[in-house]
Design a protein around this ligand. Structure first.
Ligand SMILES: [Zn+2]
Length: 486
């Protein structure tokens, strides 16, 4: 008896552009993501790629923190998939990579699973050229082949087969827990039969972009030197953690995890808020922010109103504070400051613009709006300083803290890299401070442990962790050091 509700699915309506690339190129790109690894998709590769989760969630498309690769969930090897769904409203969602198929072809999926309740199922998900689900009218109910996981302490073997319906061009695996049910389940050793071994996964345009930027990051990465050059003074570190918003009436657990971890080590940080959800802030969410603010360990700063990109009349996609009129930008800031005062009891003193779109994330109208706001004192510049930044700094009202590209938590958005961090740090021994950006909601346990390694290293270096406002106050009118990094 299946109780799935296809209306609550988070990703089903998403349209993704799919590109066909050669196995060799795919192997190269994703091999680069691994950092080490070998012929990730050599010709005998089993399908799906990384079906045993030995490379964490690499080549799986995940969008929620409920699905993680952890050692305790391994049936074979070092890692397995664990889904923890404590949410009575939302279900989990994890897709495998997609593989090209033809209508009429039969594919069979096998895997192992164990679960503490019956709350989750595994689906064979045929997609059309646009990446959308193709239902099979011959299958009653949801129109898609699936197998529900039974409650069982011991690993059980499952199989599910599907004949590819007309109109489908690819297939992926979907691991999804039902919206109103809760539980914990482990999965391992997915094997998809019926597709020629060595067939390359299809890649979405965004995955391809992510893979190439990671490849670039790897190409630039230098070896960690045997000795870290001595510094005149310990570095000042400003942790810039982006994109806090209310989710299901609370701070997402990736935020409580990072905030609790930093508090346990008595480390200060700055958390960038997407303010629109403050409108419906629950007491729990507002209290969570307020108590961290009151502890003095966290400065909450203004990151965005909605973090949405928008389209110009000629079809260009721009980030929230790029290209909009001064009045619009001022309104977004004013609404955010009003809600901060109303719901949190303080105004933001620091601004750091949101990314997205294809432009530069801030412009002259942004500068005017931020300079006119009575409470803002600090600008977390999204890049090494440029002419506009120098002008803002010279005007004196705002302290501009810029970035050194080579020294950051993340090698590309959402991907912390200890090795890249230390290599860049070693090349910048003469820089007084670093603004280190991270996106904690993107960090699975492996990524989080890279972050922990960076923090351990900085503690060894006797780093001084300050909030943006504290550092600006220490500068006491002196402009922050603005040299391009190496
Ligand atoms: Zn952001």
């Amino acid at each position: 008896m299946l109780r799935t509700s296809l209306t609550t699915r988070p990703h089903s309506s998403m349209s993704i552009t799919i590109l066909r690339i050669s196995p060799k190129l795919f192997g190269f790109l994703f091999g680069c993501l691994l950092g080490c690894a070998s012929a990730a998709f050599a010709s005998e590769a089993v399908i799906p790629a990384n079906g045993g989760f030995e490379n964490s969630l690499e080549s799986w498309r995940y969008g929620d923190a409920m699905s993680q690769a952890v050692p305790d969930a391994a049936r074979t090897g070092k890692l397995g998939l664990r889904v923890i769904d404590n949410d009575k409203v939302k279900g989990s969602s994890l897709f495998s990579s997609s593989y090209p198929v033809n209508p009429g072809q039969t594919v069979t999926l096998s895997f192992h699973a164990r679960s503490d309740s019956s709350f989750i199922a595994v689906y064979l998900w045929p997609r059309n050229a646009a990446g959308r689900l193709v239902k099979d009218p011959a299958i009653r109910g949801d129109g898609v082949r699936q197998v529900a996981i039974k409650k069982s302490e011991d690993w059980r073997h499952y199989t599910v087969s599907a004949t590819i319906p007309d109109g489908a061009e690819s297939i992926s695996i979907w691991v999804h827990s039902w919206s109103s049910s809760t539980g914990t389940a482990d999965f391992d050793d997915f094997i998809l039969d019926g597709i020629a071994s060595g067939t390359a996964p299809l890649v979405s345009a965004s995955e391809l972009a992510a893979a190439s930027s990671a490849a670039l990051a790897r190409a630039e990465k230098e070896k960690i030197p045997d000795e870290i050059p001595p510094r005149a003074a310990p570095p000042i570190i400003i942790l810039k953690l982006d994109d806090l918003k209310q989710v299901n009436g609370n701070a997402h657990h990736s935020w409580t995890r990072v905030a609790d971890y930093l508090a346990s080590r008595n480390i200060k940080s700055g958390i960038g808020v997407i303010c629109k959800t403050l409108e419906e802030a629950t007491p729990a969410y507002a209290d969570w922010i307020r108590s961290r603010h009151d502890s003095g360990l966290v400065e909450f700063w203004f990151h965005a109103w909605d973090h949405g990109s928008w389209k110009t009349t000629d079809g260009k996609s721009l980030s929230e504070f790029d290209g909009r009129t001064f009045e619009e930008q001022r309104q977004r800031l004013a609404d955010s400051q009003r809600l901060a005062k109303e719901k949190l009891g303080f105004a933001f003193k620091t601004f750091g613009p949101p990314g997205g779109g294809s432009g530069r994330h801030q412009d002259a109208a942004t500068a005017k709006a931020m300079c006119e706001d009575p409470d803002l004192k600090v600008w977390l510049y999204p890049s090494p300083i440029d002419a506009m930044g120098r002008e803002i700094a010279t005007a004196g009202k705002l302290t501009v803290l810029d970035r050194v590209w080579a020294v950051n938590i993340e090698a590309s958005v959402g991907q912390p890299s200890y090795q890249r961090f230390v290599a860049g740090y070693a090349r910048n021994a003469d820089r007084e401070y670093f603004v280190l950006q991270g996106h904690p909601t993107h960090w699975d346990p492996n990524r989080f442990s890279e972050f922990e390694k960076i923090i351990d290293f900085l503690i060894e270096q006797k780093a001084i962790f300050l909030t943006p406002s504290e550092y600006a106050a220490r500068l006491n009118g002196r402009p922050a050091q603005q040299v391009s990094g190496k």
